[in-house]
Design a protein around this ligand. Structure first.
Ligand SMILES: [Mn+2]
Length: 487
């Protein structure tokens, strides 16, 4: 019943907006076809959900909030958000498709070739209109690529105000030529098809870079920073799956071991628990390779007596996790290894303990550096006789990365949000101090060279403090030793 009313409203809006009225099927449901829906995948979605756990109402609220935010800056607003393009591994063989996360955040449509248009339209019924332009159904292409939603399936799934075939986008945009409209849109890159560029030229004409064109990024990143209860639940699931996969990876680890084996084991344990993919190429770094921060080759043999640093995270229902553990591949930390490990662990726990509303990433970064500096002097890796600035420089050499980052649909979520922004309940971040002493570092005592340790957890800011979502994988060295090689 509700659905029928929605269609009637859509038709009225089409008329009032002067848009050609498309055929609307009200006789039978579409069941979407191009991505899981309540009808096709009842084990994943409940009725009214666009993506598992996320309702049509939640997506509508996100769009409304974004339009409210930009309305503070300008009055006639047109937003265009593009879906990600399909990338190819080899001529016509695509990589697994991964939707643009802003597009996904605003409408939940997971198929390529779409454009989301949001524009102000102060009427008695609503303040703005959301229109989704998607590829038409095409039996010849669908034979190869699988089913598509088409506009009707997209409308039914997302509950969006309007849905049209993508080729109608230039016509729809022609009424926004008036310079009174502010266009909020990210720059197109070379991957976007030529017809999309031409659609944008319809709005902007010759004035491609004038003041009418603005980026919605800052507003979107601030909105995405604070997670709804449904998002918090999905992120907690992602962190739990990753934590358990790390436990299982440790448990089957015996020296010597191939990094590639640990990679496969970790990914397998994530995916059998329901994660679709990994959120990023994991770092599986044995011995000195842990000192290469973005080591992702994962193809060396880790020798008996070495540590392995595993920085990995699954993506569960589009939400990322990001956890790091470091363990001895033979199940026993050496005295030197455990000394470095416990130094990092004390700093990590102290930083996590400071996570609460009102603190900032900037403060946590300073805290991490101060504490690491003390630990490095205690370990006699940094000389206590150095002056303050030399000690800080040395500390930053042994931990060149930041204490953490925000986490969400992207593993490095909301990256442009300033680090002096006070944390609020429902924000999610990582806390990940490390110490990296490369084997060629002749300033450090020889015994420490070649050791790299990082400990990273996913933290949800709550009303009163914080909760460690990835606590399912222990960090205590004795717990780690008892898990290692236990299976
Ligand atoms: Mn991280």
């Amino acid at each position: 019943m509700l659905k029928r009313i929605k269609h009637v409203v859509s038709i009225i809006e089409c008329r009032s907006a002067g848009v050609a009225i498309r055929e609307l099927s009200t006789s039978r449901p579409y069941s979407c076809r191009g991505q899981p829906s309540y009808q096709s995948h009842p084990h994943l979605l409940k009725q009214g959900e666009v993506c598992p756990g996320l309702t049509q109402a939640e997506f509508a609220t996100r769009r409304w909030r974004l339009m409210q935010a930009v309305s503070a800056d300008a009055s006639n607003n047109l937003l265009l958000i593009m879906s990600a393009t399909t990338r190819y591994m080899s001529n016509d063989i695509p990589y697994p498709y991964h939707q643009d996360t802003d597009f996904l955040y605003l409408c939940g449509f997971q198929q390529p070739g779409g454009v989301l248009v949001l524009h102000s339209e102060p009427t008695q019924t609503r303040e703005h209109v959301s229109a989704l332009f998607v590829p038409r159904r095409d039996p010849a292409r669908e034979l190869w690529d699988g089913p598509r939603s088409g506009p009707d399936g997209a409308a039914e799934l997302t509950g969006i105000d309007l849905a049209f075939p993508i080729d109608e986008l230039p016509g729809y945009l022609s009424r926004f030529r008036d310079p009174a409209w502010t266009l909020w849109c990210n720059e197109l890159d070379l991957d976007h098809p030529g017809w999309l560029r031409r659609s944008f030229d319809v709005v902007l004409g010759e004035a491609r870079h004038d003041a009418r064109l603005r980026s919605p990024n800052n507003y979107l990143q601030l909105l995405r920073l604070v997670k709804s209860p449904a998002e918090q639940h999905l992120m907690e699931m992602a962190a739990k799956i990753t934590a358990q996969a790390l436990v299982d990876t440790m448990a089957t680890c015996k020296a010597p071991v191939d990094e590639a084996y640990l990679y496969a084991k970790f990914e397998f344990e994530c995916r059998v628990r329901g994660a679709e993919i990994l959120a990023y190429p994991p770092v599986i770094a044995g011995g000195n390779r842990a000192n290469t921060l973005h080591y992702v080759k994962n193809n060396q043999i880790i020798k008996n007596g070495e540590l392995v640093l595993v920085d990995g995270g699954c993506e569960y229902r589009n939400y990322a996790s990001d956890v790091t553990r470091t363990w001895p591949v033979n199940g026993r930390f050496s005295a030197v290894q455990v000394a470095v490990y416990e130094a990092v662990l004390r700093v990590q726990r102290a930083c996590v303990a400071q996570c609460r509303p009102g603190t900032t990433l900037q403060h946590l970064q300073q805290l991490m550096l101060t504490l690491l500096e003390d630990e490095l002097q205690e370990l006699r890796i940094v000389d206590t006789q150095l002056d303050h600035s030399e000690k800080r420089k040395a500390t930053q050499r042994y931990c060149p990365h930041h204490v953490g980052h925000f986490l969400g649909l992207d593993v490095h979520d909301s990256p442009s949000v300033p680090h002096n922004l006070p944390l609020q309940p429902a924000m999610l971040l990582t806390i990940e101090p490390g110490l990296y002493i490369p084997e060629g570092d002749d300033k450090a005592p020889a015994a420490f060279r070649g050791i790299g340790v990082r400990i990273e957890d996913d933290i949800l800011i709550t009303d009163t403090g914080a909760r460690v979502l990835s606590a399912g994988c222990p960090t205590d060295p004795e717990d780690i030793e008892s898990i290692c090689g236990s299976r």
